[in-house]
Structures are given as structure tokens and as C-alpha cells.
Write a protein that binds this ligand. Structure first.
Ligand code: SAM
Length: 480
């Protein structure tokens, strides 16, 4: 027999237990106790990215958690001049024009710094000649050389011409400007990528990768992209329908323009967007008016439906004018199994940990315990997709690999693993295009990771002032 006191305690326990069970799963006390996928994602990023980005991590983290910044891609299949005017009246900046201004500015500064360096060289030669002369060792030939340089005169002019003096502090990109020198590099077995659960780094491998610097990014004349300036996080109004019922612009993360620009699309290119849904980058590529055929592919039925929707919202009479005549092809295939080769350009915008989304939405979050295996297998899938794209692109054609993750494994790690596989097979020759010099002009609007941090590609970093990205992109060209 239980004493009264024990009975009371037992009843109390039962009632507390029942009370707890009464709470619905969305009750605050239940929600508070449960570790949500967004929390898991943040813990993972702190643990993984903290040591990689060091002191910069807190700013990148704040950027990731802040409101995502969009750009507006003008629909050329609607009333484009009116849309541009409307966006400009709202205070948005045309990104192509902004990049061009920044590029002119950098070039001007660079040529001034080059002039100064030449003058310095002359001055040094002059000094050494004078010293030689004082020592009585000047031969007649040297004397002639000194005459022809007219060093003293040059120096007088230089002293007066303040315009020739290059102040590295005047440009944000001074450190990079000094590296603004054409070069072809061979990178080899020193490769090291910070690893977490994967180990792609093979320090004993004698693999070599050809990396070529590029000094320009072609921004197609017809591609009009608008953004608000740095530290202006004003959102764009929702797009409007015009007289033909198509939307006037498409809103997407500003970082997403880079994979499309890196494709270096040219008139009459055939273009495969291997993982295309919902279709933002396919639509942006179409807005260049260059591709003769765009194939927008995705593996998922529901997401392929979203591609149809996007095209129908932006292209008048889409089925008749684009689908039926084969200008746009929408397919539902596993990108690893696509076998029709010969594309001029391929975008491999792979499924990834979608870092920003993983910190915001619990639904369908890749950090859910039920998706652990899928998450851990992402790099393999990403590499297989990239590998197939490099098989399908034609000789001289370009493949761009991209993610919306900060993970060095999913980014440079996947590129490394895929290049290694191709190198071992020794059938194709791939060159990595280092766009760092060309991307100097983008630094007026975007925060890009230092090239020193990157092996192959480029990374748009989110910050509070410029909350674009993350977007990783790597441009690869098939040579043979
Ligand atoms: N490029 C898109 C855009 O800009 O609108 C976003 C692409 S999203 C990052 C990745 C896409 O890859 C998802 O739509 C997903 O369904 C698709 N995907 C996943 N596995 C795939 C596979 N094996 N083959 C093709 N697509 C795949």
C-alpha cells in the first residue's frame, strides 16, 4: 500500500506527464527544446567555417543571417527600355555600366602605376650610372645609353607631374592591382583543401592543373541587371506584368549573375543548364539574346514544372514561340546520365547545402537528420555532374561549376576531385580560368573572397553591407 504522501507524488508525476503530452508539436515549450535543422546548420557552419574564414567569419555569418539582397534582371521579351527607366528612377544601378566604370578606373590607375614603375627603373639606372661615373668606370657605350634615356629631364618632369603618382590607397583593390600581371601558372601537388568529413587531398599525387588568368569578363550588351548600391538593402518591388502579360524583371540573388557571366556566352551558342530549376540562370542566359538553343534540365518533376512556369511568366506565347521551334528545350533527366554531347556552354549549378536557405527554413532542410546521408554524399554527386559536363562540352567549350555554399569541399574540393579523375584518365585536357584580375571591377558592389583563399574558383561572400551570395563559381575550358 502506498502512503498518502507517495500517492500524491505519484499523481502529481502522472499529471505533469499528461500535461507535457498535451502540448502540440508547435507549442513554444516543445519547439524551444527541440534542436531545429536551422540550429544544426548554424552549429555546423560555426564549427566548419569558423576556422576556415578566421576573423572574417563573424561578418560572413552576420551576412548569411541577414536579409538576402537581390538584383533585378530585365526581361528583354517585355518592354525593356521602360523597365530600365523604371528601375533607374527607383535609384537602382545598372550593374554592367557600373562594372565598366570601375574597369576604366582600374585601368587608368594601373597604367599610371606602370608609368611610375618605369620612371623608378630609369631613376635607379641613372643613380647607378652616376655612381659608376664618379668611380671613373663609365665606358662610352654606357654614356650613350644615359644620354638616350635623358634621365635627369625625365625626373624633373616626373617631379612636376603629380598625376603620374599612383597612390595604392586610392583603390580598394590595391593589393590585387599589384598582381595585375598576365601569367600562366601550373599548380601541382601542393594542393591542400581543409577537410571535414571528406578527404580529397592527395599530397602524394603528381597531378598538374593548368590555370590561366583572365583579364576581362564579357558582360553582354543586352543583359541589363540592376542592383541597389552597397549598404542599401532596400528591396525591389515585386515585378509587374506588362501589356503582353509577361513580368518586367526577374529577381534573384546578386551572386547568381556570376556563373552566367563566367559562361562567356557568345552569339549562336548552344547552352545546357544541367541543374536548371527553378530556371533563374537559364532565363538570365536567354536575356543575353545569344544562345541559339537552351536546354534547361532538372531531375525533379516538381522542379521541372517550375522551369515551365518561369518561362511562361517571362516569355509571351512560350509554347509556340520557344518550345515548339526548339529554341528552348526542357528536359527531366539525371544530369549524370545526359549523353547528347557537343554543347558550347554548360552550367553545372549543383544541389548543395544551400547555406543561406539552411539557416532560414526548417522545411526540407538538408541538415534534417533524415537527410544526413544525402548531405554527406553531395560532393560525390556534384563531382559526377561536373565530370559528365566536361565529357559533354565540345572542344574549346566552357563549363561553369557553381554552388550557393561556402564549403571548400563542395567548391574547390569538388573541382579538384573531378580534375584529378580526368587527369588520371588522361583523355581530356581542361584549363581552369582564373578570373581574379577580371573580377576586380566587381568589387565595387560585391564582396569576393581573396584569391589567396581559393584554389580554382571564386566566391561571393555575404556581409551585412552586401548581403549577396554565397555563390561559388569556377570556369573551366575543355581544350582537347
Ligand atoms: N540553376 C538553378 C537556378 O538558378 O534557378 C538552381 C539549381 S539548384 C541549386 C539545384 C538543382 O539541381 C535542383 O533543382 C535539383 O532538383 C537539381 N538536381 C539535383 N540532382 C540532380 C541531378 N542528378 N541531375 C540534374 N539535376 C539535379
Amino acid at each position: 500500500m502506498l502512503s498518502n504522501r507517495k500517492l500524491l507524488l505519484k499523481l502529481n508525476e502522472i499529471s505533469v506527464h499528461n500535461l507535457r503530452r498535451k502540448h502540440k508539436p508547435d507549442h513554444w515549450s516543445v519547439v524551444r527544446k527541440k534542436v531545429q535543422p536551422v540550429d544544426k546548420a548554424l552549429d555546423h557552419f560555426d564549427e566548419f567555417y569558423g576556422p576556415i574564414f578566421g576573423k572574417k567569419w563573424s561578418e560572413i555569418r552576420a551576412g548569411l543571417l541577414s536579409k538576402q539582397k537581390y538584383v533585378a534582371v530585365v526581361n528583354n521579351y517585355g518592354n525593356a527600355p521602360e523597365t530600365c527607366e523604371h528601375l533607374e528612377l527607383k535609384g537602382a544601378l545598372n550593374v554592367r555600366k557600373l562594372f565598366q566604370l570601375e574597369k576604366d578606373y582600374i585601368e587608368e590607375r594601373y597604367s599610371k602605376s606602370k608609368r611610375l614603375r618605369n620612371l623608378l627603373r630609369i631613376w635607379q639606372m641613372d643613380r647607378s650610372t652616376e655612381i659608376d661615373s664618379e668611380n671613373g668606370s663609365l665606358d662610352s657605350q654606357k654614356d650613350e645609353k644615359v644620354q638616350s634615356f635623358s634621365i635627369a629631364e625625365s625626373l624633373k618632369v616626373a617631379a612636376l607631374d603629380k598625376d603620374r603618382i599612383f597612390d595604392a590607397r586610392e583603390t580598394k583593390s590595391s593589393e590585387l592591382l599589384l598582381e595585375f600581371v598576365p601569367a600562366t601558372e601550373i599548380k601541382g601537388n601542393e594542393d591542400y583543401i581543409p577537410e571535414f568529413s571528406y578527404n580529397y587531398c592527395d599530397e602524394n599525387s603528381d597531378m598538374t592543373v593548368r590555370i590561366e588568368r583572365e583579364f576581362d569578363i564579357h558582360f553582354p550588351e543586352n543583359l541589363n541587371v540592376y542592383s541597389y548600391g552597397v549598404e542599401n538593402d532596400e528591396p525591389f518591388d515585386s515585378p509587374l506584368r506588362d501589356q503582353t502579360d509577361v513580368y518586367n524583371y526577374y529577381l534573384m540573388d546578386g551572386g547568381s549573375i556570376f556563373p552566367v557571366l563566367a559562361l562567356d556566352l557568345r552569339p549562336n551558342n548552344t547552352f545546357l543548364d544541367m541543374c536548371a530549376a527553378p530556371g533563374g540562370k537559364s532565363l538570365t542566359a536567354l536575356q543575353t539574346l545569344y544562345p541559339s538553343v537552351i536546354t534547361s534540365n532538372d531531375i525533379s518533376k516538381s522542379r521541372v514544372d517550375r522551369i515551365y512556369n518561369v518561362y511562361r511568366q517571362f516569355l509571351f506565347d512560350f509554347d509556340e514561340k520557344f518550345l515548339r521551334n526548339g529554341r528552348i528545350i526542357i528536359s527531366r533527366r539525371d544530369g549524370r546520365d545526359i549523353s547528347d554531347a557537343g554543347f558550347d556552354r554548360i552550367l553545372v549549378d549543383v544541389p548543395c547545402t544551400t547555406d543561406r536557405h539552411s539557416l532560414k527554413e526548417n522545411d526540407n532542410n538538408i541538415f534534417k537528420p533524415s537527410r544526413i546521408k544525402e548531405r554527406l554524399r553531395l560532393p560525390e554527386l556534384q563531382s559526377d555532374l561536373l565530370y559528365n559536363a566536361l565529357q559533354l562540352v565540345k572542344e574549346g567549350g566552357i563549363v561553369v561549376y557553381s554552388t550557393c555554399s561556402l564549403s571548400p569541399i563542395q567548391n574547390d574540393g569538388v573541382v579538384h576531385m573531378t580534375l584529378k579523375r580526368i587527369w588520371e584518365e588522361n583523355k581530356k585536357e581542361i584549363v581552369v580560368k582564373d578570373l581574379s584580375p577580371a573580377l576586380l571591377m566587381a568589387r565595387c558592389l560585391f564582396k569576393l573572397a581573396s584569391p589567396k583563399m581559393m584554389k580554382y574558383g571564386h566566391l561571393v561572400l555575404p556581409t551585412r553591407a552586401q548581403s549577396f551570395g554565397p555563390t561559388y563559381f569556377c570556369k573551366l575550358q575543355r581544350i582537347k
